[in-house]
Design a protein around this ligand. Structure first.
Ligand code: ADP
Length: 365
């Protein structure tokens, strides 16, 4: 795939200059033209413009004034000035104030302009990448913070329970109670294991490189079901599936596995105690997209909790056995697949989680 062209805005009050500029550079760049500073600013609010070239001599606002005016609203856009006359003092101060990246003399030379635009874009691109990396880094820091907090709580509390139970059983005279203590210890160990599994899922999601393969949906679902904690898989739950597979599914198997294990695990975990427990799994795969729906008739989620459930370590109900990491990881994985996740839920009635992502037509095996 060829790289998208760099968007360049050229502002000049003389129409023939604008047309000449567009004719000279349209093959190399995505050229926008504006007859005035005002028109230039309007274009910049609508399009992402990495490089702006302005003529100095314009009737209402000079090129320097225009470039200065966009500095605040578009701090990363690179500004180049074209000047036909020797207003050298104004140009020097504009360069020194950091209002322009380069100034070029008229009449322009195509190669000179291209060199200036390309160098300007390199600086722009580096800055944008730096900002993106910074955002990622800040996110990683925030997650680390929450992780340390949660690890100290979620990993210590089952350990503390085990310790308490061990101490209690030491003092126990009646040996018939031992079974009960073992059950309690097992439950704590399982809670801790669930937490650790979630962290491993998070790690896989973040660190393992994405790889698209053809995925047989029924085999995938069998794998997913096998991976769900056997203690959760209540035999009373009726599991129904409905797959509409018009073309093969091509996606990142590791991520999809993480997503479905979490959603299906929750569908089992948050069942009501009544009879008639039911989970429906629906999958539709077309040449454009794939949709997975996991529906349960469990405890449901209150309206005011819905927004929070995708946040890290968020639990919608107190006293619940989970770690509050699953849906956060799920959403992250869906985002990384270029997809969306939606939930519709009614307290006491049940929930439907819908995941939609692009199906890749050509498998990369
Ligand atoms: P947890 O490990 O606590 O299950 P998740 O991130 O998977 O963490 O889910 C966050 C919260 O959302 C859960 O604690 C639970 O309160 C709620 N939740 C998730 N899925 C369901 C569901 N299918 N039915 C009811 N509540 C759910």
């Amino acid at each position: 795939m060829s790289k998208p062209k760099i968007a360049v805005l050229y502002v000049d009050d003389e129409r023939h200059n604008l047309y000449a500029f567009r004719a000279s550079f349209r093959n190399d760049y995505q050229v926008y033209i504006a007859e005035s500073a005002e028109e230039g600013r309007a274009i910049m609010t609508e399009h992402e413009i990495p490089v702006v070239v302005a003529d100095q001599r314009m009737p209402k606002e000079t090129g320097i004034e225009f470039l200065e005016s966009i500095k605040k609203s578009h701090p990363y856009t690179m500004r180049i000035l074209l000047t036909g006359y020797t207003d050298i003092q104004a140009v020097i101060s504009a360069v020194n104030l950091g209002n322009i990246f380069r100034y070029l003399q008229k009449p322009w030379h195509e190669e000179e302009i291209k060199e200036a635009i390309n160098s300007a874009y390199e600086v722009y691109d580096t800055r944008v990448q730096l900002i993106e990396k910074n955002i990622e880094l800040e996110k990683a820091y925030r997650e680390l913070d929450k992780f340390v907090y949660s690890a100290s709580h979620d990993m210590r509390s089952p350990l503390m329970s085990i310790l308490g139970i061990v101490r209690l059983s030491r003092m126990e005279q009646d040996l018939s109670n031992t079974e009960k203590y073992f059950d309690m210890i097992e439950e704590s160990v399982q809670r801790m294991d669930e937490f650790i599994k979630n962290i491993i899922g998070y790690y896989k999601n973040n660190r393992i490189e994405a790889k698209d393969t053809t995925i047989p949906v029924d085999v995938l679902m069998e794998d997913v079901l096998r991976d769900i904690d056997p203690k959760l898989k209540d035999a009373d739950v009726a599991l129904k599936t409905n797959y509409q597979l018009h073309v093969p599914l091509v996606a990142d198997r590791v991520k999809l596995h993480i997503i479905l294990t979490n959603l299906l695990g929750n569908a089992y975990r948050y069942q009501k105690q009544d009879a008639g427990k039911c989970i429906n799994i629906r999958a539709t795969v077309t040449d454009q997209f794939a949709v997975f729906e996991i529906e349960d008739n469990g405890i449901g989620i209150a309206d005011d909790e819905l927004e929070g459930i995708f946040k890290m370590f968020h639990r919608a109900t107190n006293n619940n056995p989970g770690s509050g990491v699953g849906l956060y990881i799920t959403k992250d994985a869906v985002n990384r697949m270029g997809g969306t996740i939606e939930v519709s839920s009614k307290l006491g009635i049940g929930s439907i989680f819908t995941v939609r992502f692009p199906n890749k037509p050509i498998p990369v095996e």
